[in-house]
Design a protein around this ligand. Structure first.
Ligand SMILES: [Zn+2]
Length: 175
């Protein structure tokens, strides 16, 4: 990924300093707090949430990604708490999936509804780990190209799905 940041965006030095004080995760740092209730610099509780549209480059495409950040009305400093870093990552992942031609989170959820299986059953049938489908559907993880193809094949050819379900020991209503 190549990112192109421009305009009056985050001051990374300040974000990092704030993250250090809060013990937030920032570029691989450990998480303790996930929300920001007061400014770590001036202690003001008057925090405003704003959105900046950033242009990020992915495979030669310019993606317009809405990224949330927090501004302290007391001292004017900008921060990006963990929760906002995560929502930005989800928005970016969603746009990347579209470029890659992968099923969206909503489409995966619809596919599972069509196959009449729970998230837990879908993870057993298709693999990917115990919580794979809850992560796909929340947009926290992208499915692999292979997983994407397998889901599409199962939607089109129900006997393939039935065989995989049988092998995984997942009982289907229709069988
Ligand atoms: Zn402040």
């Amino acid at each position: 990924m190549v990112s192109k940041l421009h305009g009056p965006k985050y001051d990374l030095t300040e974000v990092k300093a704030a993250a250090d004080q809060l013990n937030l995760e920032f570029r691989g740092r450990k998480v303790r707090d996930t929300t920001m209730t007061h400014c770590v610099v001036c202690k003001s509780e008057d925090i405003k949430c704003l959105t900046a549209v950033e242009t990020l480059l992915y495979k030669g495409n310019e993606l317009q990604i809405p990224l949330e950040y927090s501004v302290c009305n007391g001292c004017g400093r900008e921060f990006v708490p963990k929760s906002q870093i995560l929502s930005g990552e989800i928005a970016f992942r969603k746009a990347k999936k579209k470029i890659d031609g992968l099923l969206s989170s909503e489409e995966i959820s619809q596919a599972r509804a069509k196959l009449s299986i729970s998230q837990e059953q879908a993870s057993r049938v298709f693999g990917g780990g115990k919580n794979a489908f809850s992560k796909y559907e929340r947009g926290e993880v992208s499915q692999s190209v292979a997983m994407d193809k397998l889901i599409r094949v199962c939607l089109k050819h129900h006997h393939v799905f039935r065989e995989l379900a049988l092998k995984a020991g997942v009982k289907l209503d229709s069988s």
